[in-house]
Design a protein around this ligand. Structure first.
Ligand SMILES: O=c1[nH]cnc2c1ncn2[C@@H]1O[C@H](CO)[C@@H](O)[C@H]1O
Length: 515
């Protein structure tokens, strides 16, 4: 390549050619992406806004953040991000395709929901004091009325008997003033349901360590989310806050555990899986009706569930789940979007362990005439050639329609090609990857490599209530499990929103920026 060139003019020509040849292979090459005049104008404005912010807000001194830059560690830079115009401009996001239901509603809001429920009780394995409060996790759960504890010693009392259940509101009100009183109680609970910068970038700064804390947050919030009276409100809040963020369609992953799904209002009986689906469907319809009454019906196109089982199951136990998933799909064809296995890939069972029940699942679907796409998590790892990385091979061989994360995909030329040719979409969750320490900042994330290899991507939030990244930044309708007719409506309505968004940028900022 150009080694013999001595003439500068010729060198510059070769240079232009090489840049052109390289860029012509990229996803953003002009032939693929034709822009309207309005898009070009809005894009130029956005570039100017970002350049202005790079030279301004990201160069200023911020208390506690000595060397900020856009794309820095999310938990540290979040407050600065929130002050930018780029963040303030609300973009229509389309579909949210990767989110775990137990991490969808902001922790403060979930705690407030719990405080309205007299059934919710709390306990700890040792009396809480100033030394252990940052490491002792609360256990939360609804009890039946005969076990309500309205007058015993609370979790921070000297004479608290370890593992005794205490009503949550009373524990909060009487929380020891030396631990911060009621506000200290809230901080303790919310910290147990979220990841702090001091953990992600300090005490737990490895994938293994931060996953331990990440996994534990689901245990704490799960005790609340899985109580029917809370779950009902929780789902509504998830839909409404997402819609208000510009998301118009979502496919949350919901974990199903053997038979029982939720605890009923009496604190004793259980809600079955099919009742959860009925509730989900009813809530979608309610929210649609409400928005229609407000004249915002076009802001919400619906939601579906991705049925998930946990990667710690014994392979033989997966048969129950795949049969259950087929039964649910037959009864609620429009609600079940697909099937997945969740949990830390680095630590839990690889897909190959489940190949028999998964092949049986495929076979039964053919017999029953139902189609439940696999939407597998795979390659959410720093590994290469080990079992979490090898999950990518199994996901593809099993015919996955999308890949959750696929962080290690870029190490595999053959698999990148397969994803590109078969139109397998990657659900990429950049903030999740950064907080879970797969990448230490956004500029190091493989996303541009994936996109420039022609693989489609849907940016997703994964666990916003735990990571603090409520909402979304991108969209991608055509790979959602929507029906073709729905897809057309969705794309049409997105086009309308997209136009309004571009017009807003131009109207609001044209002329108001330095050139
Ligand atoms: O990024 C992820 N990769 C794999 N599993 C996850 C991720 N986020 C959450 N979960 C899993 O989903 C369950 C709650 O729905 C949790 O148990 C957690 O392990």
């Amino acid at each position: 390549m150009g080694l013999n060139i001595v003439d500068k003019q010729q060198y510059l020509e070769e240079r232009e050619k090489l840049i052109g040849a390289d860029r012509s292979l990229r996803r953003d090459r002009p032939a693929v992406h034709t822009r309207s005049a309005l898009e070009t104008e809005a894009d130029e404005i956005m570039h100017r806004i970002r350049a202005e912010e790079a030279a301004g807000i990201w160069k200023e001194d911020h208390p506690d953040v000595p060397h900020p830059f856009p794309g820095m560690e999310f938990l540290t830079g979040k407050k600065i991000v929130e002050k930018t115009r780029t963040f303030e401009i609300l973009m229509p996001k389309g579909a949210l395709l990767h989110i775990h239901i137990g991490a969808t509603v902001d922790a403060r809001t979930l705690l407030d929901l719990a405080l309205q429920q007299p059934a919710i009780h709390i306990r700890v394995p040792e009396r809480l004091d100033a030394r252990n409060i940052s490491s002792v996790l609360p256990e939360l759960m609804p009890l039946t009325p005969e076990f309500y504890n309205m007058d015993g010693e609370i979790v921070s009392s000297n004479s608290y008997v370890p593992n005794t259940w205490v009503n949550i509101t009373r524990a909060r009100e009487q929380f020891d003033p030396s631990l911060g009183g009621p506000e200290g109680f809230d901080r303790w609970i919310i910290d147990a349901m979220t990841l702090r910068p001091a953990e992600a970038y300090g005490t737990h700064n490895t994938v293994t360590k931060i996953w331990e804390k990440f996994q534990s947050t689901f245990g704490v919030s799960g005790g609340l989310v899985h109580f029917l009276p809370i779950f009902k409100q929780y789902l509504r809040i998830f839909f409404l806050t997402s819609i208000n963020d510009g998301i118009s369609y979502m496919e949350p992953r919901i974990d199903f555990y053997f038979a029982k799904a939720l605890t009923a209002t009496d604190g004793r009986s259980t809600i079955t899986h099919r009742e959860v689906l009925q509730l989900f469907e009813a809530t979608v319809n309610e929210v649609k009706e409400e928005l229609t009454k407000e004249g915002r019906g076009d802001k919400f196109l619906g939601a579906r569930i991705i049925y998930t089982a946990f990667r710690a199951l014994e392979p033989k136990d997966l048969y129950y789940y795949v049969d259950d998933c087929i039964d649910l799909k037959k009864e609620f064809p429009h609600i079940i979007a697909g099937f997945d296995l969740v949990g830390n890939e680095d630590e839990l069972r690889p897909l190959i362990d489940y190949v028999e029940p998964l092949l049986y699942f495929r076979e039964r679907q053919l017999q029953e005439g139902v189609e439940i796409p696999f939407l597998f998590h795979a390659g959410e790892t720093l590994g290469d050639g080990d079992s979490p990385d090898n999950n990518l091979y199994d996901a593809l061989l099993l015919g996955t329609k999308r890949i959750g994360h696929g962080f290690s995909l870029v190490k595999h030329p053959k698999l990148l090609q397969a994803c590109r040719e078969q139109g397998i979409l990657l659900e990429v969750c950049p903030i999740s990857n950064e907080i879970l320490r797969l990448t230490s900042s956004m500029p190091m994330h493989p996303l541009p490599i994936i996109i420039n290899n022609g693989v489609s991507v849907a940016l997703s939030s994964d666990g916003p209530s735990v990571f603090g990244n409520m909402g979304l930044t991108y969209d991608f309708f055509q790979f959602s499990m929507m029906l073709p007719a729905e897809k057309k409506d969705a794309l049409d309505s997105w086009e309308t929103e997209w136009r309004a968004f571009l017009e807003f940028i131009v109207a609001r900022y044209k002329g108001s920026l330095p050139n």
